[in-house]
Design a protein around this ligand. Sequence first.
Ligand code: BES
Ligand code: MN
Ligand code: ZN
Length: 505
Amino acid sequence: MNFDLKTLELTAAATEKCDLLVVLVPEGFRPGQDALSVLAAHALKCGDLKAKAGTHLQLYLAPAVSARRVVLLGAGNGSARAIRQALQAIATTFKLPQVKRAVVCFAGEAQPDGVSAAVQAVADASYVYATTKPKAEARTLNRVVIGVVHAEPVREAFAHGVGLVAGVEFAREWGNRPANHATPSLLADAAKSLGSQPRIQCKVHGPAEVARLGMGAFMAVARGSEEPLRLIELRYRGASKSDAPVVLVGKGITFDTGGISIKPAAEMDEMKFDMCGAASVLGVFRALGELQPAINVVGLIPACENMPDGRAVKPGDVVTSMSGQTIEVLNTDAEGRLVLCDVLTYAARFKPAAVVDIATLTGACVIALGSVRSGLFANNDVLAAALSAAGDEAQDLCWRMPLDEDYAEGLKSNFADMGNVAGRAGGSITAAKFLQRFVGEFPWAHLDIAGTAWKSGAGKGSTGRPVGLLVHYLLGHAQQRSATGTVKAVKPALPSRRKFQSKPA
Ligand code: BES
Ligand code: MN
Ligand code: ZN
């Protein structure tokens, strides 16, 4: 889909030939003499339209207006939140087969964040999953003009929105693909395709290399599957070589049956979404390729299936992780932490400024936070605050959870350094405590996106979260670094792991 930013007063908007013209009418709207202003002013006066975000009125054959269909849409205070809320209220309009070309026009001064939000909301509303669906049902909207009175002050925000959309849609499409169209090898191919973008490189490791690295926990999960595992390594180099990178680690279980600790049949199809962490990392790289910020980023994705089989890892098996720590696999369905722990060990090689892992890790996180906020765990307050703020800005919210050492009690094992599960209570926290044992001397955060990465029910599908949060965080990191002229965007190496067990926020 093509987005254009155009200088457009309402007078000019009236002559735009398009299938849909959306006029965003803010609080305190000051109408001019043009046809659209007169319409909006009249509707407001009659009380059929309110400036409150989301209230709207559809018009056809509006006199002196070229658009086939006009929507007058209340835009509230014009903030990102309000614009998003407003456009969400007319989301179905952007999927209508007749609507190929749309103009979204800000009546009155547009805020930069509002423009970026408009781009994202229109993309979000019009996205249609494509890979395995008939072409006839594909997205029809193909050109969107964002009209503003003054283009220059919002140009950067507009470009940011467009870049972010490319990333979010890449993540959604890969998240939505069924497991037989998103195998570990296909995910690796998707990552390689990103290598054609400027500053991005991709390396893919197969089973032999992963064995050489000693990733016994990751290999244990992959054992039960006919599909060979892949360890995907992406690099984005936007800053000098000496700049410590941010490392993103995405859980890439392309299908989670639970393994021998097999899941019940109901809704098991949704476990094709168990690679949404991986998809979000791919999406971030897609956006980085567009936005080209001055920062270094590494993306690591352990990708495999979790299947039951004659060779599959069994409950009670003890495996040796890359860190040397042994793990008693008490439940083969707690596989995410097994693939992640080895890659967290591997991440230390990059001498990272920070490591953020993203995973559909626990059903317990869905119980705790629902589908509104992702779970955020961190061993570093600066990193946690930066991620929280990025989530707020991107309207891709998260909520900090505790990491008190007492939560690790249940991970004790009689047969290994630790078990991979710790009972039902506080399940998302004990999973994070498990991961923390593999975190080196660097700021680390873990995002549990089990509740936010996809929607169930009639609108079943991937959300593309938390690409928005991550891209905002990375752009903030780049900006802060260039402002201070140092690499210290987040606090450097921690004095001791113990001291940084965080207390509840
Ligand atoms: N991929 C699941 C987590 C999940 C479950 C996400 C349901 C979204 C919806 C993960 O691998 C898993 O199975 N976790 C187990 C852990 C348990 C065995 C300790 C869970 O949450 O039930
Ligand atoms: Mn599982
Ligand atoms: Zn899983």
